[in-house]
Write a protein that binds this ligand. Structure first.
Ligand code: AHR
Length: 311
């Protein structure tokens, strides 16, 4: 699926409009919709000619989109890679065509650091650590006693946020809670509500004693809440829930007492990306990783924060 914003040619000041080819992961979550809106509106604001395509969560679609941007000789390519591996060949083609590549949101695994200029996005490992630290507070607030039996809903298999959010969480769990916390079930829900709902229903069947859910995004937590309620349990009480993102619907669930805490992951990357595109086009240097700033939220902050959530 490809759509175009603006037209090629002169922007009036005599300089040629920058053409940016952007390959988006898909439209799997509220976070992703907010990210897409941010990129489209920031490109418009910057006066760039944006060529945007939605890969519907498929790596082969992203590879074809990047190849088509190379063939169209765009000025800069940016993309949010659905998974971390398997990019070297297409990125080498971009390099050979002298088109700079900027990663947004998610990283890739490559031995050749010259294949992309920078990553504009969050520290997902730290988000995982923050999720474990905020779970400590949630357990304390709930007066939880005894074993902590955790169900983990992972993001898309092979995606940077799924790998790193699991890693950061486990790091804290192994270092500080080896004797009392256990991940009893873990499976991907593909970052979608439908995935979260379906996998949580199966978790509750196989492990009815789960008392904590760690969901790698709000959408999966919201889907899981439906299955928890269908099983006659109270989300946020019988099963304490920590998720990642901080989209409006997550805040609604938190203000209703159904999610206990949210680790924010900021999707509004558009303005930063456009600045980086300009710098790269002007021949300037940028940092290898431009990290996004974000916060954590407990349930008691949800009602106040809700009216100010933009997405
Ligand atoms: O890469 C960021 C993640 O992708 C978000 O946490 C999730 O909601 C999205 O689908």
């Amino acid at each position: 699926k490809e759509d175009e914003g603006g037209s090629n040619g002169s922007s009036g000041g005599g300089s040629k409009k920058i053409t940016l080819g952007f390959s988006q992961v898909g439209s799997e979550s509220g976070w992703r919709s907010a990210n897409t809106d941010s990129i489209k509106s920031a490109a418009k604001e910057a006066g760039y000619n944006l060529k945007f395509s939605d890969a519907q969560q498929k790596q082969e679609n992203q590879i074809s989109a990047i190849r088509s941007y190379i063939a169209q000789k765009v000025d800069v390519i940016a993309f949010s890679p659905v998974v971390v591996t398997g990019w070297d060949a297409v990125l080498k083609e971009a390099k050979a065509a002298k088109i700079p590549v900027i990663l947004t949101d998610r990283s890739v695994e490559t031995k050749d650091e010259s294949l992309f200029v920078t990553l504009v996005g969050s520290d997902f490992t730290d988000e995982g650590r923050r999720a474990a630290k905020i779970l400590e507070k949630v357990l304390e607030k709930a007066g939880h006693k005894g074993k902590v039996k955790i169900a983990q809903l992972e993001g898309t298999t092979g995606a940077a946020p799924a790998i790193e959010r699991a890693k950061g969480f486990k790091e804290i769990m192994d270092a500080e809670h080896k004797d009392d916390w256990e991940i009893v079930v873990t499976q991907t829900g593909d970052f979608t509500r439908a995935g979260g709902k379906q996998v949580m229903a199966a978790f509750l069947q196989s492990n009815p004693d789960i008392n904590v859910l760690y969901a790698h995004n709000d959408d999966m937590a919201i889907g899981a809440i439906q299955s928890i309620e269908a099983a006659g349990k109270k989300p946020g009480k019988d099963i304490l829930i920590v998720s990642v993102d901080g989209v409006k619907d997550g805040f609604v669930a938190m203000s209703e007492g159904k999610i206990n805490a949210i680790v924010e992951c900021n999707p509004l990357l558009g303005p930063q990306l456009m600045e980086v595109v300009q710098t790269v086009k002007d021949g300037g240097t940028v940092e290898r990783w431009i990290k996004t700033k974000e916060s954590d939220f407990m349930q008691d902050q949800a009602k106040d924060a809700l009216p100010t959530r933009k997405y």
